[in-house]
Design a protein around this ligand. Structure first.
Ligand code: ADP
Ligand code: MG
Length: 695
């Protein structure tokens, strides 16, 4: 098996190894230059690459190619074109040229654009991102691309991410230069841990809510939840183990470095973590992972649920975004071994602290969605308040620097910055707090708020850009400094003093924290609707424009797309609830009442003396529930109509949040109560116990 892994790993990827082997050496050198230094590729080179790529892809069984891109829906899109090209003599040749490799022209009119592109100008184009390797999937050569309008505005999630990577690289290089290190490029790295649920296909197919919305809109809690805490890291069920092996294999073929797999906290919940990679590649690979998770589940008679909250009452799924900054041969968030290295580490640490504090709102909204609203702040995932965990040890050091007093470390490392060496933090001391949204874990930060179904590009774009902004401020200041060391220390001290409020090492789930956070002046943006308007605040628009990550028009278009998306999700969920109640649940309740009434009547027909107390109680209770459900249906109907009649996207989103969601919750409560009163045979939906505890 082990030998096999080495053989299959990357076998479907047009990676550097293949390029080196197959491309003429001059072509290979040009493409390396593009990969390493972002040099544009000229058409002649692209023609050679395309022809070699086509031959290689055909050997892998590919007959078609597609530009593989990430429109604002967040998922990936592909439009397959055949290599086949008919000849006048009735035969055909297989063709693929450099122009087709570099640029595609999908019809942009069916993708969300938030008003960026007039519908009459339907054209958009996709442009190859050569830093993310092409691969073959389902007999199609997939070329990772960015997606833009004809006027050059980004219509996707990848373009701003790539721009943000350039921004932070440029500023980080300036800082490193001041430390005497001349590096061509700095890269942000990401390792996203992906959580997911697996349930039986037959249960999934029996539930319209799962099919249409990805989550259960009804369902009384199972007698057993996750309270026994037996699932986390528990032994894998054989069918799940088979699934995971199959998934690993397919991912490895695609060059996705799936590394760790285990059971998660909730029943039927699992996690997969890859080895980290450059942010854009990590985002591409995470999207591929999600796609494969779904596809392979079907082969095993299972369905993979990537929704943030498929089941009420048990933990939902997130995606921990492990993030760091690296230059050739160094992780810039690794505490150093010498005073100078420490100083450099402290600069980058300070930049992240300042960035997270100043752009809390942007980070929060980068993970805002209707689905994720169910998780954040519900005591199973971080609260909606952004704060940073750095551990007691680093906290004490930060305090010592900020307040200019001596630090007495356990390891007796005195911290007067000029002479001291920061102690190497042990993993144990930094990774214990699971309630923090943004935790320093040894040599990287772990952003724990992203939802399981999200494209991680948004969060990473914000992170990269905000840190770039702070590094730029530092570089501007330090490049002018006369005494460099002194200036660095002063700057670090000032930053830590001014931004200490964002550091919180306590329990993020506690009742005291929101009160304390408010005192500190931190944002508490509870829902997507609270968070989204921050996107278009002057401060945030200025940030994105300053670094060329997004123009004001691009930011505004995203704001509209997100609001619209939020409304659509809630609209679909409401309609699904209404339909299920009218067509499935109320009829079931009525059928069961008829059955119980029938039993009572039969009993009485035998003898008036037989008790029908149990039937009467059930009937009274069920009848009340049926009335409640019916009233709730009317109320939800009205609420949806009210939301739909709002004039603009923000008012509509607010109305869905304030009026429709409570009406949905009331209907669910009434129906779930009815479920507990009805017989299992008559209830038309697989129960929570059945779905979560299948064997
Ligand atoms: P855990 O969080 O469970 O303790 P690890 O810390 O080993 O596990 O890793 C979690 C994820 O963090 C993995 O995907 C790993 O590749 C990623 N990771 C590790 N180092 C870095 C780094 N320097 N930059 C980005 N991600 C990283
Ligand atoms: Mg982790």
């Amino acid at each position: 098996m082990a030998a096999n892994v080495m053989e299959i790993y990357g076998s479907k990827v047009f990676n550097e190894h293949v390029m080196k082997e197959r491309l003429p050496s001059a072509t290979y050198k040009s493409i390396k230059d593009t990969l390493e230094n972002g040099q544009p590729l000229d058409l002649e080179i692209a023609n050679v690459v395309a022809s070699v790529m086509k031959r290689w892809a055909m050997e892998q069984g590919a007959t078609h190619y597609t530009h593989w891109f990430q429109p604002l829906t967040g998922i990936t899109s592909e439009k397959h074109d055949g290599f086949v090209s008919p000849m006048p003599d009735g035969t055909a040749i297989m063709e693929f040229n450099g122009k087709e490799l570099i640029k595609g022209e999908p019809d942009a009119s069916s993708f969300p654009n938030g008003g960026l592109r007039a519908t009459c100008e339907a054209r958009g184009y996709t442009a190859w991102d050569p830093t993310s390797y092409a691969f073959v999937k389902d007999d199609v050569l997939c070329i990772p691309t960015a997606f833009c309008s004809y006027t050059g505005e980004a219509l996707d999630k990848k373009t701003p991410l790539l721009r943000s990577m350039d921004a932070i690289s440029h500023q980080a290089c300036r800082i490193l230069k001041l430390f005497g290190k001349d590096v061509p490029r700095v890269t942000t790295t990401v390792g996203p841990e992906q959580e997911y649920f697996l349930i039986r296909k037959e249960d999934y197919e029996a539930r319209e809510d799962l099919i249409l919305t990805g989550r259960t809109l009804f369902g009384a809690p199972s007698a057993k939840g996750q309270e026994l805490e037996e699932h986390y890291f528990g032994a894998l069920r054989p069918e799940v183990s088979e699934y995971m092996k199959d998934l690993d294999n397919e991912l490895w073929k695609l060059g996705v470095s799936a590394k760790t797999k285990h059971n998660e906290v909730a029943p039927c919940q699992h996690e997969l973590a890859p080895i980290y990679d450059a942010s854009n590649i990590a985002a591409d690979h995470n999207l591929l992972t999600m796609e494969m998770m779904k596809k392979i589940a079907e082969k095993h008679g299972l369905v993979c649920l990537l929704h943030e909250k498929p089941f009420e009452g048990v933990n939902g799924s997130g995606k921990h975004d492990n993030w760091s900054i690296s230059a050739p041969g160094m992780n810039l968030l690794e505490p150093g071994k010498t005073p100078m290295e420490n100083l450099q580490f402290l600069i980058f640490l300070a930049a992240v602290i300042k960035a997270v504090d100043e752009y809390q709102d942007l980070l929060r909204l980068s993970v805002a969605s209707a689905g994720n609203d169910h998780r954040l702040g519900a005591d199973e995932a971080p609260p909606a308040i952004i704060s940073m965990f750095v551990g007691d040890e680093l906290s004490a050091i930060i305090d010592a620097i900020a307040d200019d007093h001596e630090y007495n470390a356990p390891a007796k490392a005195k911290i007067d910055l000029g002479t001291a060496v920061l102690p190497k933090f042990s993993k144990d001391t930094t990774d214990r707090n699971r309630t923090s949204p943004f935790a320093f874990t040894n040599n990287k930060f772990e952003f724990r708020m992203p939802g399981s179904s999200m494209n991680i590009s948004d969060a990473n774009t914000v992170l990269n850009t905000a840190v770039a902004k702070e590094l730029k401020g530092y570089a501007d200041e330090l490049e002018k400094a006369e005494d460099f060391d002194k200036a660095v220390i002063a700057l670090v001290r000032r930053t830590l003093r001014d931004h200490k409020r964002i550091i919180f090492n306590g329990n993020g789930y506690s009742e005291e924290w929101p009160i304390e956070a408010e005192k500190r002046g931190l944002y508490n943006l509870k829902s997507t609707v609270d968070a989204l308007p921050c996107m278009i605040s002057p401060k945030n628009i200025a940030l994105f424009s300053e670094f060329g990550v997004m123009s004001e028009a691009e930011v505004r278009s995203r704001y509209e797309v997100e609001l619209e998306h939020y409304c659509k999700v809630l609209h679909i969920e409401s309609l699904t609830m209404l339909e299920m109640t009218r067509k499935q649940l109320l009829p079931a309740v009525n059928a069961y009442m008829a059955e119980v009434a029938g039993t009572a009547a039969t009993k009485l027909s035998v003898s008036e003396k037989i008790s029908i107390r149990s039937e009467t109680k059930t009937l009274e209770a069920l009848s009340a529930q049926a009335d409640a459900m019916s009233d709730c249906v009317d109320a939800l109907d009205e609420a949806v109509a009210k939301a739909q009649s709002q004039g603009d996207n923000l008012s509509m989103a607010r109305c869905y949040h304030d009026t429709v969601i409570p009406a949905m919750e009331a209907l669910r409560a009434a129906a779930d109560k009815a479920e507990t009163l009805c017989s299992e045979e008559i209830w038309p939906l697989p129960s929570y116990s059945r779905m979560l505890y299948y064997v």
